[in-house]
Write a protein that binds this ligand. Structure first.
Ligand SMILES: [Zn+2]
Ligand SMILES: [Zn+2]
Ligand SMILES: [Zn+2]
Ligand SMILES: [Zn+2]
Ligand SMILES: [Zn+2]
Length: 302
């Protein structure tokens, strides 16, 4: 590529400056626009937009050469005489064609344009570019904008909002609950497969434990505190469970249940969900309790 083809897009075209006569050295020789964030060649002091000289060095075959052909290009700050002329320029906002009538000092131009009410914003729904000042109004009405249901988190376009009825929403939430309890059940199943290394529980006992945990996990409710769940829901269920295990002597059964509940209350924490408390706290205690019952019946002390 020959250097004559290298032409940069100016940031600030000449006709965006209000001042009638422009001193020649305020023009960048690479883009023919008004110098923007200028730097200069140390030898010949020719100024360039900083982005223009960077692109030029990438595109040219002799990146170390000064574009003004003086010698090797070594960069310096733009001479103060030029920057002071630039800072006195009155510039027209680039969004004039969108209706902006602002004329701002050169030094404020970038700040203004970044915040200009007439710049364009792309609508996430219809992908059209909308002038910033009309954007909020457009976005709040655009039929293609995606909405998220606050109840079930389903996502749909505004035009389909009407079909996300209360019934549909409830159905989605029911599905979510079913999936959640399926995930929990999968975890309980792995619990049933795990064996203690020293003492082992029989297949039947493991399944009793598994079913008990699934049942209790489904029965705990956030409407009660952890401790209320224990006394009102867990304790009655344990009484049935221990009877199923063959623990028929009332005194013995009560002692075992109270023992288990005391231990569980100690490890129970409000910082965990019911599910985590059951999995990490109740589950090992329950296995321990069942093993104790089995040990007692083998040694005949039951
Ligand atoms: Zn330039
Ligand atoms: Zn030079
Ligand atoms: Zn503007
Ligand atoms: Zn839109
Ligand atoms: Zn919903």
């Amino acid at each position: 590529m020959s250097d004559s083809c290298i032409k940069q897009q100016p940031y600030l075209v000449q006709d965006r400056v209000k001042n009638l006569t422009l001193p020649d050295h305020t023009i960048c020789s690479l883009c023919r626009g008004i110098l923007w964030k200028p730097v200069a060649c140390q030898t010949c002091e020719t100024p360039f937009c900083s982005s223009c000289i960077k692109s030029w060095q990438i595109e040219t075959s002799e990146p170390t050469r000064c574009p003004a052909n003086c010698s090797k290009y070594i960069q310096r700050k733009c001479p103060r005489a030029i920057t002071s002329i630039l800072s006195n320029l009155q510039t027209i906002c680039r969004y004039k064609q969108n209706g902006c009538t602002k004329i701002v000092p050169y030094s404020d131009l970038q700040t203004h344009e970044e915040a200009c009410d007439h710049r364009l914003i792309t609508c996430s729904g219809c992908q059209k570019e909308v002038v910033k000042k009309d954007f909020q109004d457009h976005h709040s009405k655009c039929q293609l904008v995606l909405l998220r249901c606050p109840e079930c988190a389903a996502v749909y376009q505004r035009q389909d909002e009407g079909s996300h009825t209360e019934t549909v929403c409830l159905r989605v939430r029911l599905h979510q609950l079913q999936n959640q309890s399926k995930q929990h059940e999968a975890v309980w199943n792995t619990v049933a497969m795990r064996r203690n290394s020293d003492r082992t529980l029989g297949e039947t006992d493991l399944h009793l434990i598994r079913n008990f945990l699934i049942d209790y996990d489904k029965s705990v409710t956030w409407q009660l505190t952890h401790k209320q769940n224990i006394t009102r829901i867990l304790q009655p269920k344990l009484e049935i469970f221990f009877t199923q295990l063959g623990c028929n002597v009332d005194i013995d059964k009560d002692r075992r249940i109270q023992d288990l509940l005391t231990k569980y209350r100690k490890v129970l924490t409000i910082w965990k969900t019911h599910y985590k408390n059951i999995f990490e706290g109740l589950q090992p205690l329950l296995r321990e309790a069942v093993l104790d019952i089995r040990d007692a019946s083998y040694t005949g002390s039951h």
